[in-house]
Design a protein around this ligand. Structure first.
Ligand code: HEM
Length: 213
C-alpha cells in the first residue's frame, strides 16, 4: 500500500481528498436542504421525516461516523495545505480573476472554512446535542427562529457556506481532473447555482419560520 499512502501524501493527492470529501459534503447539504424544506410543509411533515431518519438506527450512526471522518480529513488537510501555501508564498501576488478561480470565494476559502466549522459546532449544540425535553424537532426550530439574533446568525452563516460551496465545487471538479475547456463554463454555472441554492434555500428558511410560526 505504499504507493497509495505516497499518492495521498502528495499535494495532488491531498487536493484530491479535499475534493472527494468536499463533494460528499455538498451531497450531504443537498439532502439536508431537501429535508429541511419540509419545514415549509409544516410540523407533521418535518417531524415525520425526522422520526424516519432516527428510525434508521445503526445506519444513521454509520452515516454520522462517516461524516465526522470526512470532516476531520477535510478540515485537517485544508489547514495543512493552507499553511504549506503560506510558507511557500509569503508574498501575495496579483492574478487575473478572469483566468479562472481568483475570486472573493477562492481567496477566503480557509477563513470561510473555519467560520463554517464554528457555525457547525454551534448548530449541533443548538439542534442535535441538546436536551429537547418534550419538544419536537420542529418546535425546537420554530422557537429558535423566533429570535432575531439566531436568524441573523444563520442567515450570515449561510452566505459564508454559499461562498465556500461556490468555489469548493468549482475547485473540486478541477482536482478530480474534469476540467476540460468545453465543460468549464457548465461547471462554473453549476458552482454558482450550488452557492445560490445554499444561500437562498437554507438562508430564507429561518425567515420563513419567523413569519409563519
Ligand atoms: C437554515 C439552515 C439550517 C437548518 C434550519 C438546519 C436544521 C437542522 C436540524 C433541525 C437538525 C437536527 C436534526 C435532528 O436531530 O433530528 C440539523 C442537524 C445537522 N445539521 Fe443542519 N440545518 C441548517 C443548516 C446546516 C448547514 C449549512 C450545515 C452544514 C454546514 C448543517 C449541518 C448539520 C449536521 C452535520 C447535522 C447533524 C446531522 C446528524 O448527525 O444527524 N446544517 N440541522
Amino acid at each position: 500500500m505504499t504507493w497509495f499512502t505516497a499518492a495521498l501524501g502528495s499535494s495532488v493527492g491531498k487536493k484530491f481528498m479535499m475534493a472527494l470529501t468536499g463533494l460528499a459534503f455538498i451531497g450531504f447539504l443537498a439532502a439536508h436542504l431537501a429535508g429541511n424544506l419540509l419545514m415549509i410543509a409544516g410540523r407533521e411533515a418535518f417531524n415525520g421525516y425526522a422520526e424516519k431518519l432516527q428510525s434508521l438506527g445503526p445506519i444513521l450512526q454509520v452515516f454520522r461516523a462517516g461524516l465526522i471522518g470526512f470532516a476531520l480529513v477535510h478540515v485537517l488537510t485544508g489547514l495543512y495545505l493552507f499553511l504549506q501555501n503560506r510558507k511557500a508564498r509569503p508574498l501575495r501576488y496579483e492574478t487575473d480573476a478572469s483566468a479562472g478561480g481568483r475570486t472573493i470565494s477562492s481567496r477566503t476559502m480557509p477563513y470561510t472554512g473555519l467560520a463554517i466549522l464554528a457555525f457547525l459546532i454551534f448548530h449541533l449544540f443548538h439542534f442535535t446535542w441538546t436536551d429537547k425535553g418534550a419538544q419536537t424537532i420542529f418546535d425546537l426550530a420554530a422557537a429558535a427562529f423566533n429570535q432575531p439574533w439566531v436568524i441573523l446568525l444563520y442567515a450570515s452563516a449561510m452566505i459564508v457556506v454559499a461562498l465556500h460551496v461556490r468555489h469548493g465545487f468549482w475547485s473540486a471538479i478541477q482536482s478530480v481532473g474534469a476540467n476540460h475547456p468545453k465543460t468549464m463554463p457548465a461547471v462554473t454555472a453549476l458552482s454558482w447555482a450550488a452557492g445560490g441554492i445554499v444561500a437562498f434555500g437554507f438562508g430564507l428558511l429561518p425567515f420563513f419560520m419567523l413569519i409563519r410560526y
